[in-house]
Design a protein around this ligand. Structure first.
Ligand SMILES: Cc1ncc(COP(=O)(O)O)c(C=O)c1O
Length: 353
């Protein structure tokens, strides 16, 4: 299959390639054996992540999925229960890892249109001490909320849940795969959110463009135990400084430019809104994700639109359920490509009318 250049690829921000500065830093990174704790570049990345996210310690992990899984294994024991949103990535898209590998049961709760569970509903779901019941132990949250237009959820939500969790001796983990997108959209420092949770994992490899990896942060004791779980899961890497060098640039530099992606997403949403047959409300686009529907009267199916974009225009976009499509903006997508995508979709839909 031919290489797909990320400047033509709206399927996700996971398709991003490392930036030229990252490639340079990777080529010259100082390395050591990280399982011995001797890779200076990994150590620098872990301290940087911990300090930017307001926690005592950090751990470089292979992926967002691994970061969330390690967090769950570290906070909860076999037979404990985790409360999470029914559309959360941890529930829907991580192969059931916390149940499969952690024997942790899940209690999915409904979410609103921005991915928030109702705090009273969480409270009502807490188990009483009864030998028939699992033990409520963990609440898993997500920000931005990928399944809900990438909504950037405000700190007060995390504050309420953090307070509830403290009262009931529960741990709270935040899947912050795109936490910097949320913080950018809310125009606040990410610590305003992370202050209310025990642990956070942040993906370096999505909008932040590193080729591989996530960072998990929390207390010293949590990260000490998480390091053991990373090893257990086969995530102990050796001269990983080659990857961490890109991660440092992701955190220092790339986290500061995400408003450009959000502006491009808004331009895309507004352009799509002018095309007859497309249903979209640009006001729900807060970060870099644009979801839209093909109206029932549109003769073409989403798969056909995706195929025509690919074959006739060399542009890539993803389907997301029955009549819904998704386009995601990122570092490699610039304004002219956004305009090209809008005009390509307009032409295809007009031809199909
Ligand atoms: C919200 C969210 N959490 C976690 C992940 C998992 O990240 P990874 O693909 O690095 O395992 C993703 C991946 O797209 C995601 O969107």
């Amino acid at each position: 299959m031919a290489t797909i250049h990320p400047s033509a690829d709206f399927r996700s921000d996971t398709v991003t390639w490392p930036t030229p500065a990252m490639v340079e830093a990777m080529a010259t990174a100082e390395v050591g054996d990280d399982v011995y704790g001797e890779d200076p570049t990994v150590n620098e990345l872990e301290s940087l992540a911990a300090s930017l996210l307001g926690k005592a310690a950090g751990l470089f992990v292979t992926s967002g999925t691994q970061g969330n899984l390690i967090a769950a294994l570290t906070h909860a024991q076999r037979g404990d229960e985790a409360i999470l949103g029914e559309d959360a990535h941890t529930f829907c898209w991580e192969a059931g890892g916390i149940a499969v590998l952690g024997s942790i049961t899940t209690r999915p709760l409904p979410t609103d249109s921005r991915g928030r569970m109702d705090v009273d509903r969480i409270k009502a779901s807490l188990r009483v001490d009864n030998p028939h019941l699992p033990h409520s132990r963990l609440i898993l949250l997500e920000n931005s909320s990928g399944g809900n237009n990438g909504a950037a959820i405000e700190p007060s939500y995390f504050e309420s849940i953090g307070a509830l969790a403290k009262q009931h001796d529960l741990a709270v983990h935040l899947d912050g795969a795109r936490l910097f997108n949320a913080a950018t959209a809310l125009r606040l420092d990410p610590t305003m959110i992370t202050a209310h949770v025990d642990s956070v994992s942040v993906c370096l490899s999505k909008g932040l463009c590193a080729p591989v990896g996530s960072v998990l942060v929390g207390s010293e004791a949590f990260i000490h135990q998480a390091r053991r779980h990373r090893k257990l899961l086969g995530g102990g890497m050796r001269q990983a400084g080659v990857l961490a060098a890109a991660g440092i640039i992701a955190l220092k530099t790339m986290s500061q430019r995400l408003q450009i992606d959000h502006d491009n997403a808004q331009t895309l949403a507004q352009g799509l809104a002018t095309i007859p047959g497309i249903a979209i409300d640009p006001s729900v686009v807060e970060t870099n994700m644009v979801f839209f529907d093909l109206a029932p009267e549109v003769a073409i199916a989403p798969e056909e639109l995706i195929k025509a974009l690919r074959t006739d225009y060399g542009l890539y976009m993803g389907g997301y359920g029955d009549r819904t499509l998704r386009a995601v903006t990122h570092y490699w997508i610039e304004q002219p490509q956004v305009e090209r995508l809008v005009e390509a979709i307009r032409t295809i839909l007009t031809g199909a009318a």
